[in-house]
Write a protein that binds this ligand. Structure first.
Ligand SMILES: [Mg+2]
Length: 183
């Protein structure tokens, strides 16, 4: 049901790095054939959805800037992720990506210090500006120090996930929301 922005109550957001958090990081994953969900990742996303959180992916995609694959390829992959996630009752509210890189051979993607590229906080800051987010109640899960630095610089709590089952990890850390809002 659509809401006008002014009527939207603030919601906590779960910011997720992609590679190493949602899917196994095999280096520049760009094709569905090479995409393998982290155990418990879909279930974790669905649990946050049910609890009324926004779920937002913030992913460095220097593979685009480096010319390994295109943004169109990436969007196709993200669409497949969304389709598969839906089967588990989950959805991602938004994907933010940072294709720029200091060494990008393509002019359009070359930037000495891309503001969106983690550890810079650009993607998170943009999301905070574009969604009705309760920043103080929000959380970022990443698998690298650069994820946590970006979160810190955006004023969002960051938690390091070092592998295993994502849903179990969040449950053990007492981070998995249990309460459901009224439907
Ligand atoms: Mg990662």
């Amino acid at each position: 049901m659509p809401e006008t922005p002014s009527a939207s109550p603030l919601r906590p957001a779960l910011f997720l790095d992609r590679d190493g958090v949602l899917n196994e990081d095999r280096g520049y994953v760009s094709r569905w054939e090479d995409f393998h969900w982290i155990a418990g990742a879909r279930e974790a996303v669905a649990a946050f959805n049910r609890a009324g959180w926004l779920v937002i992916v913030v992913t460095n995609q220097s593979g685009v800037g480096r010319g390994f694959y295109s943004e169109a390829d990436m969007h196709v992959l993200h669409a497949r992720m969304a389709e598969d996630l839906a089967k588990a009752g989950g959805h991602i509210d938004a994907f933010y990506h940072a294709p720029q890189h200091p060494d990008a051979p393509l002019d359009a993607y070359r930037h000495p210090d891309p503001p969106d590229r983690k550890p810079n906080p650009g993607m998170i800051l943009r999301a905070l500006g574009e969604w009705p987010i309760d920043k103080a109640a929000s959380l970022l899960i990443g698998d690298k120090p650069s994820d946590l630095e970006a979160a810190l610089r955006a004023g969002v709590r960051g938690v390091l996930f070092e592998g295993g089952n994502l849903a179990e990890f969040l449950k053990n850390e007492a981070l998995l929301p249990i309460a459901s809002p009224p439907a």
